[in-house]
Design a protein around this ligand. Structure first.
Ligand code: NAI
Length: 763
């Protein structure tokens, strides 16, 4: 006789299928679905089928949005924008609240519709996706209510174009629509072609709650429809999807002055230290890479385990993996459902084949019928293996080992992406050290894939820029006060080199790189302000970036107070050298420079992070982290005051910088080198490269080691170069560099980016 325990272990699950009849009736009633424009559904013209990936059956016909549809939707949003922006925060809150209530009432319906269209297990759509959608609208109803006091002087951007992917269709809609509407913007949203249905069901809800026509518009279609939205006259594009498409959008928006946030791919590390709770860590893997069939941008797809425990960890992992149930998505006991589309399944299989051809061993990961791939992982995988570098976007992790924490960090950061990370150690000291050193926008300590409307989410490097959620997310849908367009400043023509004859005394001033005076690599000079100015080039920029990278650790380690001391010292030394500066800059400019030193010394230890109210039992920290290496282009019309207005917030936040001074009046900046040297600014924190301003700015934008660029006015060539490297470029729009407009929180915010760290507590 088997024991009860044995029976429980060996018992098979019976099917427990969620009732889909209400959704099927709704689908039958719809037949073909149009777009939702100006408060009404349009008559469908050209349509395509959206399918249930688990069965391959057509669910409905949806409309392929044309350029004309996009234009109509954007016009409707534009017409609605002034009225919506003028409504009180309280009125907007009531709409968002009504949406939240209605989604909540329809949770079961929306969960089933999501599962049918996407293939994700009903357990996930019911327990994770839709409740988070509801939470998002409630949270943002709150922001709408308090926006005027919490964001004084801020204004909505206008019309926002939003393009979302298929992996969390309604949740991604909520992440984009809720903050946009709360901030007073109107929206044109394009859902992904594989999963448009819940967005259309959401449009019905908006009509039902009486959202004014044009405030939310939904145009369905494929990439061509998305591209048309990018080309349309909107004020912001918010995109979530592949890095490749994101880069194309950045390219298309270069020089248009439109705002852009990008939430792109990832290849996030999952680091397990020797003292980790291994059972919990294994559950963490399940929640990371076997959640939503691994189609998660922030999936912990690279498991890195310390060698000493690797064997035991793998045994536990394999045992758990084999217990996961692959099955029909509507079955309530299914863990792994269907991949969204045969095209995506094929893409996953191709990467797995490549990885195996390059020597990796696949455990699990069998191909099933239809859109099924069983959970698995790649072992014995080299860092250069394509399976280790590419975003697989399927239920397949990689498993590799390391020996020391430093090696773990090196492996974790050995990727072009920087979206998320999960670290496992029972030592708070070790875990927080890893969390600080891994380059990622979100770090989960002893947990994985937790989300909340109050917790900003977003990445760095090839994972994009901008944040969604919380205060940070709201700010990405608002225009800060004082950001009024600057007057047009003519770009200088490249300077002509000046020959220095043999035997002539070399009296050129030098570049300032790594704390030392350096001759430019090309050895040439140009004439400006009666002096011979070094003509820097690409090689000098490369050297300066290297010097900045080398300086950053020490500068950040000083902390806010330490940096404040250095900035006060700079103010003193500037004051002592007034007469020297007076040769090259007006008294007013020097006075502004001194004031900026005081202002940012004051702020250096006060631009703080916060803990946010996300979920109970978790400390959720939102830390402003320095961008890293920043390229700073000085304005031509205020060479010294402008330069200092940009440089000081950057270094106050802990960044290392490469400054490109005014081309025609660079002498004040070059004189600054002496002040830096005697003010305890560590070598490499400020590097000064003079020469052809625009070419140097473009060289910075093309350099992978640069993390942010500030330029006084938009320069399309720089923005185009930065679209390839995905470096965020900011033009602060200042009309008077001597005024209060040229200092403040918005500068500190742009000099940093939010890192969200989740830490569960409980003895
Ligand atoms: P995708 O980036 O092509 O699609 C995302 C959205 O962008 C969809 O709404 C699509 O219609 C739209 N789109 C496509 N081309 C566009 C264009 N030129 N201009 C404007 N919008 C455009 O992603 P896809 O092809 O569905 O998936 C490919 C890979 O991308 C996946 O295997 C995965 O690696 C990655 N991906 C990452 C996501 C994330 O959340 N980070 C989400 C979806 C895909």
């Amino acid at each position: 006789m088997p024991s009860v325990g044995e029976i429980m272990e060996s018992m098979e699950y019976g099917p427990a299928t969620e009732d889909a009849s209400a959704v099927r009736e709704w689908l039958a009633r719809q037949g073909s679905l149009g777009h939702f424009i100006d408060g009404k559904f349009t008559k469908p013209a050209k349509t395509f089928a959206t399918r249930d990936p688990a069965t391959g059956q057509d669910l409905a016909q949806v409309s392929q949005g044309s350029e004309e549809d996009i234009v109509r939707a954007v016009r409707a949003a534009r017409r609605a924008a002034p009225g919506w922006a003028a409504t009180s925060g309280h009125d907007r809150a009531r709409f968002l609240y009504a949406i939240a209530r209605t989604v909540q009432k329809r949770e079961r319906f929306l969960a089933v519709l999501e599962t049918l269209d996407n293939g994700k297990p009903i357990r996930e759509s019911r327990d994770i996706d839709i409740p988070l959608v509801v939470r998002h609208f409630y949270h943002h109803a709150g922001w709408a209510e308090i926006a005027t006091t919490e964001f004084p002087g801020h204004a909505p951007l206008g019309v926002c174009g939003q393009i979302i992917p298929w992996n969390f269709p309604l949740l991604m809609l909520a992440w984009k629509v809720a903050p946009a509407l709360a901030a007073g913007n109107t929206v044109v949203l394009k859902p992904a072609e594989y999963t448009p249905l819940t967005a259309l069901a959401f449009a019905e809800i908006c009509a039902e709650v009486g959202l004014p026509p044009g405030v939310l518009n939904i145009v369905t279609g494929d990439g061509a429809t998305g591209a048309a939205l990018v080309q349309a006259p909107v004020d912001k594009i918010a995109f979530t999807g592949s890095t490749e498409v994101g880069r194309g959008i950045a390219r298309a928006l270069a020089g248009t002055g439109r705002r852009l946030t990008l939430e792109l791919g990832g290849k996030s590390p999952f680091v397990v230290m020797a003292d980790a709770d291994l059972d919990a860590a294994v559950e963490g893997v399940v929640d990371s890479i076997w959640f939503n069939q691994g189609q998660v941008c922030c999936a912990g797809s690279r498991i890195l385990v310390v060698e000493a425990i690797a064997e035991r960890f793998e045994t536990l992992l394999r045992r758990r993996m084999e217990k996961l149930r692959v099955g029909p998505p509507l079955d309530k006991s299914t863990d792994i459902g269907a991949i969204v589309d045969p095209v995506q399944k094929q893409r996953i299989l191709e990467i797995l084949a490549e990885a195996q051809a390059a020597g990796a061993e696949l455990v699990g990961g069998q191909e099933g019928n239809g859109c099924i791939i069983a959970p698995g992982y790649l072992r014995r995988i080299a860092p250069a293996n394509p399976g280790m570098r590419k975003e697989i976007f399927g239920p397949i992790a990689t498993l590799s080992t390391f020996r020391t924490p430093d090696e773990a960090i090196e492996l974790a950061n050995n990727t072009a992406y920087g979206l998320a990370a999960s670290v496992w150690s029972e030592s708070a000291t070790v875990a927080t050290d890893l969390a600080a050193r891994i380059r990622a926008g979100v770090v989960w300590i002893n947990c994985a894939n937790l989300f909340d409307a109050a917790a900003p989410f977003g990445g760095v490097r090839d994972s994009g820029y901008g944040r969604e959620g919380g205060r940070e997310g709201m700010l990405d849908y608002l225009a800060a006060p004082q950001s009024r367009p600057a007057g047009k400043v003519a770009a200088p023509r490249p300077p002509n080199p000046v020959e220095v004859g043999p035997g002539e005394i070399d009296r050129t001033v030098k570049l300032y790189i790594g704390g030392a005076q350096k001759r430019p690599d090309g050895g040439a000079s140009y004439a400006a302000q009666g002096e011979l100015i070094p003509l820097g080039g690409r090689k000098d920029i490369r050297n300066a970036v290297e010097a900045a990278q080398g300086a950053i650790g020490k500068w950040q380690a000083l902390g806010g107070h330490g940096r404040a001391q250095v900035l006060y010292f700079m103010a003193e030394n500037l004051a002592l050298r007034r007469t020297e500066f007076a040769r090259f800059a007006s008294d007013a400019e020097v006075e502004t420079a001194i004031r900026r030193c005081f202002f940012y010394a004051g702020f250096a230890d006060k631009y703080d992070g916060q803990t946010v109210s996300a979920k109970g039992g978790l400390l959720t920290l939102v830390q402003p982290e320095p961008q890293g290496v920043m390229g700073i282009i000085a304005p031509e019309n205020a060479p010294f005051a402008g330069l200092m207005s940009l440089l000081l917030p950057a270094i106050a936040m802990g960044n290392a910088t490469i400054v490109v001074p005014s081309q025609d009046r660079p002498m004040a900046a070059l004189t600054l080198a002496q002040v830096l040297a005697c003010s305890d600014v560590p070598g490499g924190v400020v590097n000064i490269v003079t020469g052809p301003r625009n070419a140097l700015a473009e060289a910075l934008a093309a350099h992978d080691g640069v993390n942010a660029i500030w330029q006084p006015e938009p320069n399309p060539a720089v923005e185009r170069a930065a679209a390839e490297t995905l470096i965020p470029v900011w033009s602060p729009a200042v009309s008077d560099w001597g005024s209060e407009d040229a200092q403040g929180r918005r500068f500190l915010r742009a000099a940093s980016r939010a890192k969200t760290i989740w830490l569960p507590y409980g003895a």
